[in-house]
Design a protein around this ligand. Structure first.
Ligand SMILES: *[C@@H]1O[C@H](CO)[C@@H](O)[C@H](O)[C@H]1NC(C)=O
Ligand SMILES: *[C@@H]1O[C@H](CO)[C@@H](O)[C@H](O)[C@H]1NC(C)=O
Ligand SMILES: *[C@@H]1O[C@H](CO)[C@@H](O)[C@H](O)[C@H]1NC(C)=O
Ligand SMILES: *[C@@H]1O[C@H](CO)[C@@H](O)[C@H](O)[C@H]1NC(C)=O
Ligand SMILES: *[C@@H]1O[C@H](CO)[C@@H](O)[C@H](O)[C@H]1NC(C)=O
Length: 206
């Protein structure tokens, strides 16, 4: 009886060892299988069009694009701007805000699911605006920045405004002076006669 028990104990121990051994091998096989599937899906989980940094002169339009394969078309393209933050979710999203200024839309083109942000006219506060593209289930996010630079035109406009404003103010003051001067001489004529009248009336009263 005792021997049998001992044997069964040994058997149990062996079984336990086997059980400990088997999960590790199973784990290895599972890791291998997951790595192969991720390798297979890596083509689906990738950006076909990554957003690129955009540099425009102030006043010019700007556009950001992000595209993923049609086979896994879900993506979120977020706009972090001076006007606020907007999130565009493709393939079926659509955003239009700040009427006629900022526009976000989705397209399906050549097996690609595209998200596009369009700024119809840039201004200096838009400098530093960033976009972040995030494909669903993809840990990798793609980002880009907008740089708005000053071209000569805006300087000449500024100088023109300053000079125009200076001469405009000069003109206004000139006119004001002329009007005041005229009215003063006008009042002098009137005033003089009036005081004289008063004097005469005072004299007569006395
Ligand atoms: C499991 O994989 C690791 C490395 O990935 C390896 O060192 C180990 O020998 C493997 N174990 C078995 C039981 O295959
Ligand atoms: C990865 O691809 C396989 C077949 O290629 C598919 O069965 C599986 O659902 C995909 N996994 C993900 C997370 O898309
Ligand atoms: C994509 O999004 C839609 C709705 O937003 C959802 O029904 C669908 O399951 C998503 N597909 C994937 C692959 O995540
Ligand atoms: C936009 O997002 C940025 C970064 O997450 C945050 O700092 C900022 O306050 C947000 N702006 C608005 C208007 O929500
Ligand atoms: C735009 O921002 C960058 C830094 O983000 C700065 O170096 C540059 O001078 C800015 N340009 C204008 C025109 O403000």
């Amino acid at each position: 009886m005792r021997k049998k028990r001992k044997v069964s104990h040994v058997c149990l121990l062996l079984l336990a060892l086997l059980h400990i051994g088997t999960p590790s091998s199973a784990q290895n096989t599972t890791t291998v299988s997951t790595s192969t599937t991720s390798a297979l899906n890596s083509t689906a989980l990738s950006y076909r069009t990554r957003p690129v940094d955009v540099e425009v002169a102030v006043g010019e339009p700007a556009e950001f694009r992000c595209g993923v394969p049609e086979t896994s078309p879900n993506l979120t393209f977020t706009f972090y701007g001076s006007h606020g933050n907007y999130s565009l979710t493709c393939p079926h999203g659509h955003v239009e805000d700040i009427p006629e200024a900022l526009y976000g839309s989705c397209y399906m083109k050549d097996g690609e699911s595209l998200a596009v942000w369009t700024l119809r006219g840039t201004s200096f506060p838009d400098n530093g605006t960033s976009v972040i593209c995030q494909q669903s289930k993809n840990p990798d996010a793609a980002a880009a920045v907008l740089h708005v630079y000053d071209n000569g035109a805006s300087y000449s406009v500024l100088i023109g405004c300053v000079i125009g404003g200076f001469f405009g103010i000069l003109l206004v003051f000139g006119l004001l002076y002329a009007v005041l001067y005229r009215s003063e001489s006008f009042w002098k004529c009137f005033g003089g006669s009036e005081t004289e009248d008063d004097m005469t009336t005072i004299v007569t009263k006395d």
